[in-house]
Write a protein that binds this ligand. Structure first.
Ligand code: URA
Length: 219
């Protein structure tokens, strides 16, 4: 898919976002492009909105775009995305059938020389961004929600969710939906040696394999 050009920013007051012009996913995306609800819009290149079929059965939520995603304007196209793609391929799941998005739509980073280092979004930034994820969930209406990492999981399952205790187990969601969480694919890349990397990757694939046997009520 082609790299997206950053949309022109509309004149939107700080702390606010444009209203979507209608109930469609496209209108939500257009409105999000001008979001200034938290300060992350300023240093970022662009909003990285979700992508995938507007009626996808499975919606995947990550934390926030990284350096590559910020520049390209698409979710999970950098190193973490490559781990995700590799796992999906191994399981025989086509990414083009999934709607892939993030809990926070702007890249938060700290500059160290030429490098932009990822920084986790704080609770107020996550809260400010929540309406976009809620809007995507309401419009796509997936049956299954997959959370990559603790921040995604807490935004979907609530703040009492404990990733390391509850990873890889189906969780009920309102409206007969179901979901599960797995550690973020960047955790695979952070492992120091090949053995730990392979173990973390195997755990990641093992959790995602739940998609091959969804609970009946989510079908
Ligand atoms: N990490 C995420 O959580 N999301 C992305 O889109 C890229 C990296």
């Amino acid at each position: 898919m082609a790299t997206r050009k950053p949309p022109r920013r509309r004149a939107v007051p700080e702390g606010t976002a444009p209203e979507p012009v209608d109930d469609s996913l496209a209108a939500l995306r257009d409105a999000a492009a001008g979001c200034k609800r938290c300060p992350l819009w300023k240093p970022a290149t662009q909003v990285v909105f979700g992508e995938g079929p507007a009626r996808a059965r499975i919606l995947v939520v990550g934390e926030q775009p990284g350096d590559a995603e910020d520049l390209e304007g698409r979710p999970f196209v950098g190193p973490s995305g490559r781990q995700f793609d590799r796992a999906l391929e191994e399981l025989g799941i086509e990414r083009s059938r999934l709607y892939v998005t993030n809990a926070v739509k702007h890249f938060k980073f700290e500059r160290r020389g030429k490098v932009r280092l990822h920084k986790s979004p704080n609770p107020s930034e996550q809260r400010a961004c929540r309406l976009w994820l809620e809007g995507e969930l309401a419009r796509v209406r997936p049956r299954i929600v997959v959370c990559l990492g603790a921040i995604a999981a807490r935004n979907v399952f609530g703040t009492t969710f404990r990733l390391m205790r509850q990873r890889g187990t189906w969780q009920p969601l309102p409206g007969g939906r179901a979901g599960f969480a797995t550690p973020h694919p960047s955790a695979v890349l952070r492992q120091r040696d090949t053995t730990s990397r392979e173990a973390a990757y195997r755990g990641f694939v093992g959790d995602l394999a739940l998609l091959l046997e969804p609970p009946e009520e989510a079908l």
